[in-house]
Design a protein around this ligand. Structure first.
Ligand SMILES: NC(=O)c1ccc[n+]([C@@H]2O[C@H](COP(=O)([O-])OP(=O)(O)OC[C@H]3O[C@@H](n4cnc5c(N)ncnc54)[C@H](O)[C@@H]3O)[C@@H](O)[C@H]2O)c1
Ligand SMILES: O=C(O)C[C@H](O)C(=O)O
Length: 334
């Protein structure tokens, strides 16, 4: 039996994500929580002829606790999205408190659940969840995941566009490492499963890298004040959540990208710190997931000089973002 929960389930990401989870035969129970509209979303989804039993709760009457009780996987897309001109870090002011409060609920009602954080700024919200769980004495770094799948989905799509064959998009894999904001998003195009054409110039490589790093801004601009990526994020979030559920159910060797605490697997986490030359607490990389959570953080491997420079450019911002999340909980009363 697998119970999946979406916190922020009535939102732009939450609704299509809940739909995709309800569509999966791997989900037996689906708990939906938001500050608005979840009874309606749950009633609507509950008519779909798939096995998952759906329930929706609002804050009154211990709604968060009721949603989380028995959860195996909790996905968090709660919080405000960007408008044009904003950075993800600009969302910290509002989203940090939302994520803190939801993490407090998880710490008490579902301390063993796998927690998948979508809310931005991911580089800081993941540390916030970790610090809350630590304060409650229930932090297991193997079970906490920042969702960076959308960066990898974008890289697959953009590379397959360049290869002139969108049908390749589901087959092309490009590791994207670092974090989830601007320059902290580091695509490793040299490791693409489908190499770029040999005629591809350095300028084109730079432009493609920038497009992957700032893909989110493309959507924010196109939505023109109405929010950021929701549908592609729901697709990516469901892809990641389903992989986690398959691992929970005992499937081995599942690999997925995620922004994780580097003690989640000490040996490979330490090796990665050596590769990047910095003692960072969190980093995004392809990871192997098992029934207990993170099994291994994959090494970056051989990088081009350009990719090495991208990693170096990412580190200061990542460090600042992590510290901001950690100190927010350090100073807050739970
Ligand atoms: N990790 C990624 O790759 C990625 C991609 C896209 C968007 N995001 C982020 O996801 C978040 C949500 O984006 P969206 O477009 O769905 O926004 P949205 O405004 O459409 O939906 C957010 C939902 O969160 C709910 N919410 C607010 N406070 C809450 C609380 N305390 N408890 C429960 N629910 C609460 C709102 O009622 C709303 O339904 C944003 O922070 C956005 O930046 C991350
Ligand atoms: O760009 C955003 O603010 C949303 C999300 O992080 C994305 O990458 O699309």
């Amino acid at each position: 039996m697998v119970k999946a929960v979406v916190l922020g389930a009535a939102g732009g990401i939450g609704q299509p994500l809940a739909l995709l989870l309800k569509s999966s035969p791997l989900v037996d129970e689906l708990g939906l929580y938001d500050i608005v509209n979840t009874p309606g979303v749950a009633a609507d989804l509950s008519h779909i002829a798939t096995p998952a039993k759906v329930e929706g709760y609002l804050p009154p009457d211990d709604g968060l606790k009721k949603t989380l009780t028995g959860a195996d996987v909790v996905v968090i897309p709660a919080g405000v999205p960007r408008k044009p001109g904003m950075t993800r870090d600009d969302l910290f002011k509002i989203n940090a408190g939302i994520v803190r409060d939801l993490a407090t609920g998880i710490a008490t009602a579902a301390p063993k659940a796998f927690v998948l954080v979508i809310s931005n700024p991911v580089n800081s919200t993941v540390p916030i969840v970790a610090e809350v769980l630590k304060k409650h004495g229930v932090f297991d770094p193997k079970r906490l995941f920042g969702v960076t799948t959308l960066d990898v989905v974008r890289a697959s799509t953009f590379v397959s566009e360049i290869l002139g064959d969108l049908s390749l998009a589901t087959k092309v894999t490009v590791p994207v490492v670092g974090g989830h904001s601007g320059v902290t998003i580091v695509p490793l195009l040299s490791q693409s499963s489908h190499p770029l054409p040999s005629s591809f110039s350095e300028d084109q490589r730079q432009a493609l890298t920038t497009r992957i790093q700032f893909g989110g801004d493309e959507v924010v601009k196109a939505k023109d004040g109405a929010g950021s990526a929701t549908l592609s994020m729901a697709y990516a979030g469901a892809e990641f959540a389903i992989k986690v559920i398959r691992a929970l159910k005992g499937e081995t060797g599942i690999t997925a990208p995620s922004y994780v605490h580097l003690t989640a697997d000490k040996a490979s986490g330490d090796a990665l710190k050596k590769e990047i030359g910095k003692d960072l607490e969190y980093f995004s990389a392809p990871i192997v997931i098992g029934a207990e959570g993170v099994v291994e953080i994959k090494p970056l491997g051989t990088l081009t000089d350009f990719e090495k420079s991208l990693i170096q450019a990412a580190l200061p911002e990542l460090e600042t973002n992590i510290e901001k999340g950690v100190s927010f909980i350090g100073s807050s009363k739970l």
